[in-house]
Design a protein around this ligand. Structure first.
Ligand code: ADP
Ligand code: MG
Length: 221
């Protein structure tokens, strides 16, 4: 599902590499925790995977697509295969919960009853059906992150990327969000969760642990 071969990322005017010679294979259906201290390169790695950044060197494949060879027109096609969840939710706060989730499908050309039904279904899944018409910005942090999870899941992408998804949440809301990611994994998704929080690691049994330190990757047993 994800294959990195000797990937390095240097940001301009930075002495050290954000990622250095990173190779990683994530087969379909794996649940992977990407750990390591702040500044280790976790966000950079995830951003490469949804083509928000380009690598300085090395090769990246996501679901068979070679990211280095994507034309700008192919980027939306890649993004449809990848659901992304951020620490700070990144919702459109003035729009309704329904619209925040529906937007992903509208962009992909979906409309009408099919769209409405699918959005309702995924809002039921994250237990927010009764908040569908509420402005997203008025919800609690835990609820906003569940909207963000719904938005990531609505197009049924095979790959889910979550960057510190529990970083702004209290323990109960964090557990709830992790439970939704585990459910998505059980339904077949490949999941990559970046977190520097050791408490979060205990929430998913049997997950693979991959650790970054100063841009270099080490695997933990
Ligand atoms: N847009 C950027 N421009 C310059 N340096 C960056 C940028 N984004 C990240 N970095 C640097 O790259 C390194 C890795 O950052 P990041 O991937 O955000 O780590 P993490 O998510 O593990 O905290 C850090 O030294 C950070 O300062
Ligand atoms: Mg980060």
């Amino acid at each position: 599902m994800v294959l990195l071969t000797r990937v390095s990322k240097l940001y301009p005017r930075r002495r050290s590499a954000a990622l250095e010679d990173v190779s990683l294979h994530v087969p379909p259906g794996q649940f992977v925790y990407l750990t390591g201290p702040s500044g280790a390169g976790k966000t950079t790695l995830l951003r490469l995977l949804f083509a928000a950044e380009a690598p300085t060197s090395g090769q990246l494949r996501v679901g068979g697509a070679e990211l280095g060879r994507l034309s700008p027109r192919q980027v939306p096609t890649l993004r449809r295969k990848v659901g992304v969840i951020f620490q700070d939710f990144k919702l459109i706060e003035r729009r309704s919960v329904f619209e925040n989730v529906a937007l992903t499908l509208r962009v992909a050309g979906s409309q009408g009853n099919g769209l409405t039904e699918r959005v309702r279904q995924v809002l039921r899944q994250v237990d927010l059906e009764d908040k569908a018409q509420v402005a997203a910005g008025t919800l609690s942090g835990g609820e906003q992150q569940r909207v963000a999870v719904a938005r990531a899941l609505v197009g049924r992408p095979p790959l889910l990327l979550a960057d510190e998804p529990t970083g702004n949440l209290d323990p109960l809301a964090a557990t709830e969000v992790m439970r939704l990611l585990v459910e998505a994994h059980a339904a077949g998704a490949t999941v990559l969760v970046a977190t520097h929080d050791p408490k979060i690691l205990t929430l998913v049994r049997g997950a693979r642990l991959v650790r970054l330190e100063a841009g270099r990757l080490t695997e933990e047993p």
